[in-house]
Write a protein that binds this ligand. Structure first.
Ligand code: NDP
Length: 324
């Protein structure tokens, strides 16, 4: 029988964790024929809740789930891990300064990066979901010098999926008609969903919608969708976030021709090297590749630059706090 793939989920007792773990255990993360072993990392006061979730996982009798481990020790959680989904993070609370938020997350993602460095399997792949995701990924990466830098990624797939859904609704086409969607930059309000390379039935999406809709409706709707869902549901968009995490890892491992992911920049498209920024990417042989050669017009350039500037500021802030 195949050796199970070890998947570590942090913040496992949270809302996203609850939406994520069952899908991992059912085979949707890696493929319907890949056995998995789950490792749930939580802070001590949430370990009991994680144990409750594990009881439910047991009760599903998932054929692919070969074991569950629950711990509050990152060195245990990441030991031999092949995939790490870093979901647990310090949420921004009212009145919290940005420096405090970054500092609190530095205290989480620094040690987790080190534990990954020291204990994870050689093929470890890391996806950061917990916000500020791009910069949390950078912090973890900088504490893992022995792991190839490209293995640290952050999630913009939910933004990508939201952009597809908004465009499909506007044009009244099935989502499957929409190709080559791209989210650029930071997973934040400055992100730039790009319709100048997206295609609908082979035509450029930006040419099928009017400029005002693109600028004043589409871009802000995608960027503010999380807040709209909190407003409607009274709770955050945990299930769609979990779904996007599944999509990201599945495509990373199994390959795709085009999606969006925040990965370390190699300097492409003027994004300073090393920043973990969202790009149009393909995945081949288990590696992300930035799709090259796209023409970027002035409208897009301005928006990509603004989001990348924010990432640079976050990197400066965590540097000056000594977190990287
Ligand atoms: P969620 O599971 O709802 O969210 C977890 C993180 O995902 C947050 O940083 C959140 O950011 C982020 N996120 C990214 N995209 C989305 C999205 N579309 N919708 C919602 N969230 C998104 O949080 P809970 O509070 O329910 O659970 C967090 C768990 O993490 C708790 O059980 C806590 O104990 C644990 N934790 C574990 C740590 C560890 O293992 N060492 C460290 C810290 C916390 P945002 O805040 O911006 O919404």
């Amino acid at each position: 029988a195949q050796t199970p793939v070890k998947v570590t989920v942090t913040g496992a007792a949270g809302q996203i964790g609850y939406a994520l773990l069952f899908r991992i255990a059912s085979g949707q993360l890696l493929g319907a024929d890949v056995p998995v072993k789950l490792s749930l990392l939580e802070i001590p006061q949430a370990v009991k809740a994680a144990e409750g979730t594990a009881m439910e996982l047991d009760d599903c009798a998932f054929p692919l789930l070969s074991g569950i481990e629950i711990t509050d020790d990152p060195n245990v959680a990441f030991d031999g891990a092949n995939v790490a989904l870093l979901v647990g993070a310090m949420p921004r609370k009212a009145g919290m300064e940005r420096g405090d938020l970054l500092e609190a997350n530095g205290g989480i993602f620094g040690p987790q990066g080190k534990a990954i460095n020291d204990h994870a399997a050689d093929d470890i792949r890391v996806l950061v979901v917990g916000n500020p995701a791009n910069t949390n990924a950078l912090i973890a990466q900088q504490h893992a010098p022995d792991v190839p830098a490209e293995r640290f990624t952050a999630m913009t797939r939910l933004d990508h999926n939201r952009a597809i859904s908004q465009l499909a609704a506007k044009l009244q086409v099935p989502v499957t008609e929409i190709k080559k969607m791209t989210i650029w930059g930071n997973h934040s309000a400055t992100q730039y969903p790009d319709l100048f390379h997206a295609e609908v039935g082979g035509k450029i999406a930006a040419e099928l919608v009017d400029d005002a809709w693109l600028r004043d409706t589409f871009i802000p709707t995608v960027a503010k969708r999380g807040a709209a869902i909190i407003e409607a549901r009274g709770a955050s968009s945990a299930a769609s976030a979990a779904n996007a995490a599944i999509d990201h890892v599945f495509d990373w491992v199994n390959g795709t021709e085009w999606t969006s992911a925040a990965i370390p920049s190699d300097g492409s498209y003027g994004v300073p090297e090393g920043l973990i920024s969202s790009f149009p990417v393909a995945s081949r042989n288990g590696r992300w590749e930035i799709i090259q050669g796209l023409e970027i017009d002035a409208f897009s350039r301005e928006r990509i630059d603004a989001s990348v500037r924010e990432l640079e500021e976050e990197r400066e802030a965590v540097r000056s706090l000594g977190l990287i």
